[in-house]
Design a binder for this molecule. Structure first.
Ligand code: PLP
Length: 416
């Protein structure tokens, strides 16, 4: 044993992943779909900061048929973990090396234009595969990101179809504004996608799988569902826009907690943290907490962040530092070192969400969630049982078997 295993009972901060909430969200999504419509779970960016492997395993076990990642590396990570579901790479593929990895790991690339199609076809030709590589054609219907302009859909489709070693698995596009109240652009994109589909069909091609809807698209209208939908955010229990809340019952999957590492009293006039952006206007009891911007709390929330302790909201004060924050805990005089602070998530009746932070910062909840993909250990639970821990996790309520799990994992890790 080395020092890495010593302090797991006093882990300074961690992410909790509630896999029951995730499964609930998948069931909610499925309840909105026609029986023939399949789900492609978007697990890119380490499943929006939740941990791609555990998330992918759970969604597949809950009936999700497809997975989507952004990069080849993300796909390999999942394949190496034994996840065999069909997997679409949403990002661009522009090199032979990427194609070799795609073929080796059984991934399926997006083709955004003829140049990419030609490159992939040529690269596959050198690999002597037993069957053609399945590729997915992306149309740009108004996002102005990857894809061929919808007006060139027929030529694009026909040319890719004529290339050797490729088979077209699907035709898709991406919505730019489905979460906005004004449906004009969304309707325009739907109309363009429909026009492209009709033109491809009129040219005599049989249609592959069609897909268009992201989370907002799923909630807005079943006209956007086609045979496959691509939810990201709603899987993780957040809603793309306030006006869509009533369309689905979601449960946040991620919580972030940290421990109090020191408590002290300061007198009126004392400055707190870098730059002294907070000066106490009265005598205060403050607590130091072992989590900071390197863990995923945006520094721009400095002096604006609210956390929860013992079911009460508590104000963070001064600049958020790389590894630590300070709280004004004067309202809880008997607070102890080691007590748990809820940074994001539920503490009794208090709920702090990524939306609260996003609203405060003028950003989106997607960006907040992705901020937690780096340093913090993650512990996943499902109901009352602990499923997995990435490294030295802390105790969590109702997680009876976590100690033996953690010991096993730490032991396996150290004996590698
Ligand atoms: C092509 C594509 N489809 C689907 C999604 C999922 O989007 P959302 O998280 O809004 O559901 C994304 C995410 O950015 C995407 O890039």
């Amino acid at each position: 044993m080395d020092d890495r295993s010593i302090d797991w009972e006093q882990q300074r901060a961690w992410v909790e992943i509630d896999l029951s909430a995730l499964a609930h969200n998948v069931r909610q999504i499925k309840s909105l779909l026609a029986p023939h419509t399949k789900v492609m779970a978007v697990v890119k960016a380490d499943a929006y900061g939740h941990g791609a492997i555990e998330i992918a395993r759970t969604v597949v076990a809950t009936g999700v048929e497809w997975l989507a990642v952004a990069t080849v590396t993300e796909g390999i990570e999942l394949r190496a973990a034994g996840i065999v579901a069909p997997m679409l790479i949403l990002g661009a593929v522009n090199s032979d090396v990427q194609v070799q990895a795609i073929a080796k790991w059984g991934l399926q690339p997006t083709i955004g234009n003829i140049a990419q199609a030609t490159l992939i076809s040529k690269a596959v030709a050198t690999l002597q595969l037993n069957e053609p590589l399945t590729v997915h054609l992306k149309l740009d219907t108004g996002m102005s990101r990857l894809g061929t302009n919808w007006q060139q859909a027929v030529a694009f489709f026909s040319e890719v179809k004529s290339l050797p070693y490729l088979q077209i698995g699907s035709l898709y596009s991406h919505l730019a504004t489905a979460d906005e109240l004004d449906p004009t652009v969304m309707e325009m994109q739907l109309d363009r996608f429909q026009q492209a589909i009709a033109a491809i069909s009129a040219a005599g091609h049989s249609l592959p799988l069609l897909h268009l809807a992201n989370s907002a698209g799923i909630l807005v209208s079943d006209r956007l569902h086609y045979q496959l939908v691509r939810p990201g955010l709603i899987l993780y229990g957040l809603c793309p826009a306030p006006h869509l809340h009533s369309s689905i019952d979601l449960q946040p999957v991620l919580s972030v907690r940290a421990r109090i590492t020191q408590i002290k009293d300061i007198v009126a006039g004392t400055g707190v943290s870098y730059g002294y952006r907070f000066i106490a206007d009265r005598d205060l009891r403050i607590a130091v907490v072992g989590i900071g911007y390197a863990d995923g709390i945006p520094r721009r929330l400095s002096d604006r962040l609210q956390v929860a302790i013992r079911g009460q909201l508590v104000a963070q004060i001064g600049s958020i530092t790389m590894d630590q924050i300070m709280l004004d805990v004067s309202q809880i005089p008997d607070l102890q070192v080691g007590e748990i602070v809820t940074i994001l998530g539920r503490d009794e009746s208090v709920q702090i969400t990524a939306d609260d932070w996003a609203d405060e910062l003028g950003t989106i909840s997607w960006e907040i969630l992705c901020g937690f993909k780096h340093r913090l250990p993650r512990i996943s639970s499902s109901g009352n049982s602990c499923i997995a821990a990435t490294t030295n996790p802390p105790s969590i309520k109702n997680c009876k078997r976590w100690r033996s799990w953690v010991k096993e994992i730490v032991y396996m890790y150290l004996s590698k």
